[in-house]
Write a protein that binds this ligand. Sequence first.
Ligand code: NAP
Length: 511
Amino acid sequence: MTCLTLSRASVNQWRADAKRFASFTDCVELRIDLLRSMGNAAIISEVAAFARSLHKPTILTVRRVADGGAYDGPEADRLDLLNALVESVEPTYVDLESDLTEVSGAAVVEETAGRIGTRIIRSLHDLQGVPTDPCGALDSLASKTGEIPKLAVAPQGTRDLHRVFRAYSHARREFGGDFILLGMGRFGFPTRILAPALGALLTFTSVPGAEAAPGHIDPETMRTVYLSNRIGSATRIYGIIGNPVLHSRSPHYHNPRFAKDGIDAVYVPFPTDDVAEFFELAATLSVQGFSVTIPHKESVMRHLVSVDEGSEAAGACNTVIRNVDGSTRNGRAGGGFRGVNTDIPGFLAPLRELFGADGIAGKRATVIGAGGAARAVCYALVAAGVSVLVLNRTPARSARLAREIEKIVAAEHAEIRSGPLDASGFAAAADFRDIVVQTTGVGMAPNVEADPAEGLSFGGTEVVYDIIYTPEYTRFLRRAERSGCRVVTGAAMFARQAEEQYRLFLSVYER
Ligand code: NAP
């Protein structure tokens, strides 16, 4: 189930929020602690009337400050309020914390809940990390018959996240679908998407701008981007690793395509601070393949059974897929993975469209920048028969890049030279003007007015390509367009590399 946590300050706002997301939610959590500007009598009558109008399962929660909520009054008053609310609202579930058993008043709430048929969610919130033994923590939360254990933890990195994922199979075995297990914050984000597919009762969502807990997304995004109504225990898991990675547009590309093509798969962003541990996590979740972004494109390669020629040449790999032949990585369980660089075909595809499949060989190109992306671009161009002049702010770096590419690509008809990103470099570029490629991050949002090569003017006949994709049209590209040049955007490259990744993901998809 997808549960909408109502977290705004009035019941009128709750009504509007519940209505707005009605078609994307299966259940609603009433966060009474966030209604604190109202008196108790008004809360009880208004919430009861509102809950009756919902026609959906409800969770009643009065969360304390210590557990990440807003209730800071005396505990006895909170339990009185909870008891009165259970009586009048008759919620499907009431959230009671794990340390309440000794507190006087809790027994009264439990007795009322039992009489009405409200199920108790027995919760423990660890806002600092993940308990040493999450399975044991869940077991103790479930010590009373009929109660639903809820463990919400705060993974601080990939290792913690993996420990949380490992606890799902234990929970599924012990409690069937009657448990809640979630990771909060950035590193916990994948659990928000996958919890129901891994057997948990529900996942929580919030209204945008009023997130009730770190890592909540809104129910519409959960449904339309993360396919919450389609995924289940048979769903194949794909994803993207990086740090940061939650801003990535890749889930917005791959998930709708899975849905459109009737593929039972989901693509999840995994913030990752430990690549080796991610491979262990990938074995636990049977991850079929994943994209790789900054800062792991280089380091991921040492964990792979093999990489394609493009990854080898670029020294970076942006796509990892499971070996279909079942070979294992260093004898470890979970199978091995191989790497492919789809930035290279993704970069070339729009140029082949402009020049024709065979029209690109023999062209001459200037490449601005000598970083990781430039390396893939230079390799792609030279391997395709394009002669390249690479210009960089630090000329030693462009000289080294040129030497390395020359060594890898023994091209008969293409050469690679280097120079500084200044007037002398721009003068040399006069002889490499069919294509101009901008590969630095200069001009990327938020610094959209920056231009990495102010001194380079365009004649109007060049094809000018900027691989930055936010914004789609950089200042550099707009300048080229004004001069009459044909332009290619980083968005086009992104779409083509994603298309190629999608094709590779499908190649290892098993129904
Ligand atoms: P990188 O390895 O950090 O390379 C940075 C390059 O930018 C270096 O050559 C650096 O020159 C140069 N540079 C930095 N600041 C500069 C300045 N103020 N003036 C002139 N040059 C400057 O980065 P990367 O991984 O190559 O990524 C670069 C861009 O490519 C990013 O915007 C990324 O989003 C984009 N990208 C797009 C796609 C796509 O699908 N469209 C795919 C991959 C990457 P020095 O050597 O002098 O420091």
